[in-house]
Design a protein around this ligand. Structure first.
Ligand code: ATP
Length: 135
């Protein structure tokens, strides 16, 4: 089985490295599926999940946007933050979700705060969904 080497890195350091058969994720332009030998591409990523297929197993990594760089034998994901599914703290994500929802409910919020709260809410929901296999 052909594989492609995948690295998921953040400003805090590497989060994931493996040889996988397929990478699928959501780019800003839509769903992307990458097999070994894919043509070189760069794509901005949405807040979402990166699915990494290794035989019968599929690893899931939450990413909060970033960039994907594809070469025929190597995929690099550069994300502002990324967590493997089993490293997600659900309680923390639930609290972040509640905080963001509360901020969005407040009146007289300026646009920047509103956008920040919306993004925080998306990150929290993404993390929660991944732990529940919903995405
Ligand atoms: P919070 O308000 O809980 O910090 P956030 O969405 O603002 O959430 P980020 O700025 O995206 O957090 O991430 C900061 C750091 O904390 C990153 O290293 C990220 O991987 C980690 N992190 C954030 N939320 C979680 C979580 N629920 N479980 C595990 N790690 C998390």
């Amino acid at each position: 089985m052909k594989t492609v080497n995948v690295h998921i890195v953040t400003p805090d350091g590497p989060v994931y490295e493996a040889d996988v058969e397929m990478v699928s994720t959501k780019a800003k332009s839509g769903e992307l599926g990458i097999l070994p030998g894919h043509i070189p591409t760069v794509a901005p990523l949405a807040i979402g999940v990166v699915r990494l297929k290794k035989g019968a197993q599929t690893d899931l990594v939450a990413v909060s946007g970033g960039f994907l760089e594809v070469r025929p034998d190597k995929v690099t994901v550069l994300a502002q933050s990324a967590e493997k599914a089993d490293e997600i703290d659900v309680e923390r994500a639930e609290k972040a979700k509640q905080r963001a929802e509360e901020r969005l409910r407040q009146q007289n919020k300026d646009e920047i705060d509103h956008t920040r709260a919306e993004l925080a809410l998306k990150r929290a929901i993404n993390r929660i969904n991944i732990t529940q296999n919903k995405f």
